[in-house]
Design a protein around this ligand. Sequence first.
Ligand code: TRP
Length: 387
Amino acid sequence: MYVTDCLCGGTGRRGRLKICCSQERAGSIPARGTIRILLDQYLEVVLSKTIALTGDRPTGKLHLGHFVGSLKTRVDLQHTHDQYIMIADTQALTDYFENPQLVVDNIVEVLSDYLAVGIDPELSTIFIQSQVPALCELTMYYMNLVTVARLERNPTVKAELAQKDFGKSIPAGFLCYPVSQTSDITAFKAEVVPVGEDQLPMIEQANEIVRRFNRIYNTQCLKEITAHLGETKRLAGIDGKAKASKSLNNAIFLCDSPEIIKEKVFAMFTDPDHLKVSDPGKIEGNVVFQYLDAFYPDAKEISALKTQYQKGGLGDTVIKSLLNDVLQHLLQPIREKRAELKRENLLDLCFDGTKKAKSVAEKTLYEVKSSIGIDFFEKCNFYQRNH
Ligand code: TRP
């Protein structure tokens, strides 16, 4: 019996709590032990913070796109939410199953980036996806609730397929990764997912699975999810391509050296028709202005610069130098903090987080199985639930 089976409410008097059974259960009076469990669950619900979850595939170092899309939000959310951050090595293997070492090596890189931007393992539960087997089990049950056609239509998957050139040989693991992502989120009952705009179709698909599951199995055990977009929804690549990405080699990494940052800023796509300083320039598609919008603290100043640029009389070198200064200032402390980290024992930092994640996900898996009706050996403590 769960707290969701009951109506719980304060009586208005301090220290008293009234627990009533829902109508279907009104005939049976719960035993004293049951009331204790219900009380614990009630307190858990009342005292708990909203849960947030995100993750990154460990396929390389993180870049400015990650920073504005979600890392910055995570640093804030860790103070207000119960936040889980997952290193998605299982998902990374859908791309790199033939080169697992790359995934393994990049776990420490991603972890270093987290710590360098200010994610604190004391405040956020950081864990490694592959060490939480309940996630795979959930995926298996959710896969029945989505069609291959729907997966192929998912715009994020579609965009990635276009880049990858699989032809007709799409690995099933790759195609199903939105389903596995649904498991990652629902396993922790996360309601908030801080992501970049490109991940919105993922959240939509996850919510479809959540709603289908709850309807088919007549339960409320899975929670619907809200995407939490960063201030800058999508950061363009330095070449002007739609998205900054590791695979397109058009991103500025959080650990790039001052020289590389400068080089990348000065190589940025601006307006190919803006040949002389006196020429009027275009803002639309101009990557330097996009980055200034995202990183320069004074929006008014940028707006004045844009007007001047459009009129003519403002050279690319001036705006590039300005952006270079801003980015150097932003990235210097991050790079320094990253360099100070002792990489040998970084993995230990997510041991406790992974243990906690494992136990929380197992609890949800149990609820999922009992909603389906396949919790056969519950009476003999088969499931080792920690609650
Ligand atoms: N797809 C994300 C990335 O490409 C990683 C990820 C896996 C994720 N599971 C998730 C993000 C759940 C948000 C929620 O980096």
